[in-house]
Design a protein around this ligand. Structure first.
Ligand code: C2E
Ligand code: CA
Ligand code: CA
Length: 638
């Protein structure tokens, strides 16, 4: 038979070139890369042995028999390894792991190959694959099954590829399918026309196709640390969501990074991060992802109880020794958070919410948390509320409600507390208890406070409250506002703008503000008092400060918190506390407002106790301005 060797002659230089190109490319140390190289090498050997075998067969008479045989065995072993490597390569592309933990997958992949190897290696005795006689080379009875095994592997790769199609790039998928179709067609052709030795050439062609459509491996590596990057984390997460190979994610954030960034050049910081990556990889023996801002992730399987504890111990142990930058020795601490999959990671957004939660914890201790202990949904809601506040600031979205305050001496409504309201289409009503603390943290409270003053003063200027028996309106001041140097100027200029007399304004400050910011607070209070404004101490009975420490503040009213009123209604001790506090405050010549009056009985008891003002649902809930005016007109019978 006249064999056509030209195809193999073309394959060899192409494969050699491909091998060199691929080797030079910067890559991750991933199985897929090793396997791709293995296929190229197998194809190179296969082509070379194919040529050698044909040449040797032609000169059988003059060559030693073992040499002819050797070329045949070399060809069969290298050639038949290609489909096996190809299917492993497909698995590795998907899982970054050849067999994973699946015994079934392992046997499906390994068994046919082992059978095939066994048959080839025992061929000298069985002549199952090929044999030589005086007429030359002959195919053995096992050649067809050998083809079947090749087809099996090609089919395996294709099925696997389509099962996990969304984790593979479209181009790459196309190349993998093409690999199968082109190589199988070539095999069929060669099966029926053995003289056309085109199999190796088509394999070469397909390897080239894969090379061109491969994702650039450097896309997965973080530039400065050498760890896998967030892109790789994203891909691994998606793959894992399908395969469920890993069931834990460990996030680690370097505590001191923000300080270090201010101390060292970025080059030094990257150097440090790269050293940290290596140390983490060594301690965990896992793939480490760097997700920016000093945060790392490790995805792993908890194979035994306490595996996570062991992992954390190993990492802590590894980080006991310090790193050196310049001549300084730096000890690094991590805060950690472990997530169970899929419970805490139904999708990547949720996983990142956990990471952000961890990143934003304060430095009060070395947090080592498990996701079961925390609720990131708090965080999601926080973000929603922050956007709602921003929206309300920009779009006049805040409203002010007024809650009437009843004077026991005059038996009429003589004042009201202004309470802010925020309602959005998306979130509905958002209680001020929830958004004010957030606004205090992110600074929005200053704008919000300004809006409240403006709205209340406008309301006061547009309605002759005084004629309705309303002597003043109480406005809540947050601690952050109290600490502003410009607070008094702001209030005074707004009062001028709306022609408000200070005696109609009462500002409520909380005990915490009073205890924490005396200097600036006293300055502000003194200036504002000079304009006739009075002050209330809000939420009395909830803090820990000594009432006498508040004596030097220019207060006119103390507001008893609802909890104190409820306690007095419930037991004798509560009643005693209320009575003694009342006596003490009266002695200081201050008035008292009792908050949270809900029943007639409470009202009567408190009137008895000599409390000056009462506020609560019993009289009215906080209501919009017009409703408040109506209520006051009716109540005060004007
Ligand atoms: P606060 O200053 O102690 O306001 C009194 C709270 O008690 C109000 O809640 C009011 O609706 C509620 N309340 C009044 N009577 C009763 C009652 O009989 N029973 C019950 N269960 N509750 C009653 P609201 O309006 O939700 O305000 C909550 C807190 O938000 C306020 O507590 C205050 O600390 C803050 N806040 C409200 N408006 C403003 C504002 O304009 N600026 C600042 N800085 N804080 C505000
Ligand atoms: Ca208040
Ligand atoms: Ca209060």
């Amino acid at each position: 038979m006249q064999y056509h060797l030209d195809f193999n002659f073309c394959s060899i230089p192409l494969l050699a070139l491909l091998f060199l190109l691929y080797k030079r490319k910067k890559k991750l140390s991933l199985y897929q890369n090793t396997l791709y190289s293995a296929i190229i090498i197998a194809a190179l050997f296969s082509s070379a042995f194919d040529i050698a075998n044909v040449v040797a067969s032609r000169h059988m008479d003059s060559l030693p028999f073992w040499l002819v045989n050797f070329t045949s065995y070399g060809y069969f072993i290298s050639h038949n390894s290609i489909p096996f490597f190809y299917s492993l390569y497909t698995c590795a592309l998907i899982h970054n792991n050849v067999f994973g933990d699946s015994k079934v997958l392992k046997s499906l992949l390994l068994l046919p190959y082992l059978v095939q190897l066994l048959v080839i290696l025992t061929n000298p005795f069985t002549k199952a694959v090929f044999y030589y006689d005086s007429f030359g080379y002959h195919r053995g009875f096992f050649q067809l099954p050998l083809y079947a095994i090749c087809f099996y592997y090609a089919g395996f790769g294709a099925v696997y590829c389509s099962l996990f199609k969304d984790v593979l790039l479209k181009n790459l998928r196309f190349s993998l399918y093409s690999f199968m179709v082109i190589c199988l067609s070539a095999s069929l052709l060669q099966l029926f026309h053995p003289e056309y030795l085109i199999e190796n050439f088509t394999i070469t062609f397909c390897l080239l196709l894969i090379y061109l459509s491969l994702q650039r491996p450097e896309d997965f590596i973080h530039d400065h640390t050498g760890a896998l990057n967030d892109n790789a984390f994203y891909k691994s997460f998606l793959i894992n969501a399908k395969t469920r190979r890993q069931d834990r994610i460990l996030f680690l954030c370097i505590e001191e990074l923000s300080v270090l960034i201010h101390t060292f050049t970025s080059e030094k910081i990257y150097h440090l991060l790269s050293a940290v990556t290596t140390k983490l990889e060594q301690a965990s023996r896992q793939t480490v992802y760097y997700l920016d801002n000093g945060s790392f992730a490790i995805m792993y399987k908890e194979r035994a109880p306490f595996a996570t504890e062991d992992l954390l111990k190993k990492i802590n142990h590894a980080f006991e020794s310090s790193f050196s930058i310049d001549s300084s020795h730096i000890d690094l601490d991590f805060r950690t958070l472990t997530l169970s999959l899929p419970k805490h990671g139904p999708d990547l957004e949720t996983v990142y919410l956990y990471l952000h939660y961890l990143q934003e914890l304060d430095n009060s201790r070395h947090w080592a948390l498990s996701a079961d202990e925390i609720s990131i949904f708090d965080r999601a809601r926080k973000q929603q509320i922050e956007s709602a506040m921003k929206w309300a600031i920009d779009n006049d979205g805040f409203e002010i409600y007024y809650q009437p305050i009843y004077s026991t001496g005059k038996n009429s409504i003589t004042s009201a507390e202004a309470l802010i309201r925020l309602r959005t289409e998306e979130l509905g009503f958002i209680p001020p208890d929830e958004f004010i603390p957030l606004a205090e943290k992110n600074g929005m409270i200053l704008k919000i406070g300004h809006i409240v003053f403006e709205k209340v003063f406008r309301f006061m200027s547009e309605n002759s409250l005084n004629q309705k028996g309303i002597e003043y309106i109480e406005i809540n001041l947050s601690m952050v506002q109290c600490m502003q140097e410009g607070l008094s100027e702001e209030v005074i200029s707004l009062m001028n703008k709306y022609h408000i007399d200070g005696k109609h304004v009462n500002l409520e400050i909380t005990e915490t503000a009073a205890a924490n910011s005396p200097k600036m607070l006293i300055q502000n209070m003194t200036r504002l008092s000079g304009h006739g404004i009075t002050f209330s101490l809000d939420d009395f009975g909830t803090g820990y400060s000594n009432i006498t420490s508040l004596l030097n503040l220019p207060l006119s009213i103390v507001k008893f918190d609802k909890s104190m009123i409820d306690m007095a209604a419930n037991d004798d001790t509560g009643k005693m506390i209320l009575d003694s506090s009342t006596a003490m405050i009266k002695q200081m010549n201050l008035n008292i407002v009792a908050e949270g009056i809900e029943t007639m009985l409470q009202k009567e008891d408190l009137v008895q106790s000599g409390i000056d003002y009462l506020q609560g649902y019993f009289f009215s809930r906080p209501v919009p301005g017009p409703e408040f005016l109506k209520f006051v007109e009716e109540f005060n019978q004007i």
